[in-house]
Design a protein around this ligand. Sequence first.
Ligand code: HEC
Length: 317
Amino acid sequence: MSDANRVFSLRNLPAPTRAVLAVFLIVIGCGYFSGLVQLHFQHASPGNLLPDSKDVVRIYHGEPKGEPKSKFQQLLEADESLPFNGTGTMRPAFTTKSERRWKENFAKLSPEEQKKLLAEREGERLALLDWLKQGASKDAFEKDEFKLSKPLIITEDYIIGDKDAEGRAIQVRINAIFTDRCVRCHQESGADKDAEKYPLDEWQHLEKYLKIEEGSAPMELAKLAQTTHVHLIGFTMMYGLTGLIFSLTGWPTWTRVVLAPWPMFWQAIDIACWWLARLDPLAAQAILVTGALVASGFGLQVFGSLLDLFGLSLPRR
Ligand code: HEC
């Protein structure tokens, strides 16, 4: 049976059906593109359009070597320029993310005041780190009284008792620092919608982030399981539909046999790599390849199907 006589062919469908399919393809193409934009903001290091191999290793495998540390320590030590989230850094919580209008307010200060403020904020960060490195004592946290291992310049509000001869704090209110700098966002109806999902306002919430892990921890298992579930179902529906549509175009049979199931197949491999990446950083890097294979296949499907719908594919045989 020649292609032109196929019963199930896009071009033989009634015009309204073709209109639905055309709009569907355009809208889902836009949806895919906005997903890429989100990927950029969520996971790409500054300067990168999309996550690069270092980013995927950090997210899916964790930093391979380095001293064992807790998630908190990792987030407080990570470079400030990394994305502001759970796989990047929380360091800006002491500065640029410490208030909504940081930029304006900071600009109003004199250079000396700016320097003093930054030094005091850095002291807060170092105090939290000191507490973490000394075992994150629950007692000190609940009494809101922590003796520093070495004196620090720090914001006046958090100092307990006398300072040393150089005006540095010896004891600090560790809980108050944490509440002002972290819980501000990490609580119900806090200052950040995304952070609300990870409340830190009770000790039992903190505990899991205090566990010491070899190297930096990759994405949490529970979170990985959830995105796996969402993506397996969501993507399979999406690529299943675009694949079915493409399979009914007038493009040569071999193109359709290969390209129609292509994104669905590579998406499954991609997700398998998310899990394998926990064992081997190479699998994390493979995510970039499988991701590109999915995206190019999907792009070709949408584009190829639209051309066919508008009668622009290869001439009929
Ligand atoms: C300006 C708001 C804000 C402040 C302040 C803030 N965070 Fe966050 N935090 C976020 C956002 C946004 C995320 C990413 C949430 C997501 O994955 O959707 C996040 C994620 C995290 C995560 C990862 C949660 C997870 O399980 O994925 C931890 C841990 C964390 N923050 C700790 C801290 C600590 C410690 C501080 C204080 C030094 C802090 N945060 C201050 C907004 C904030």
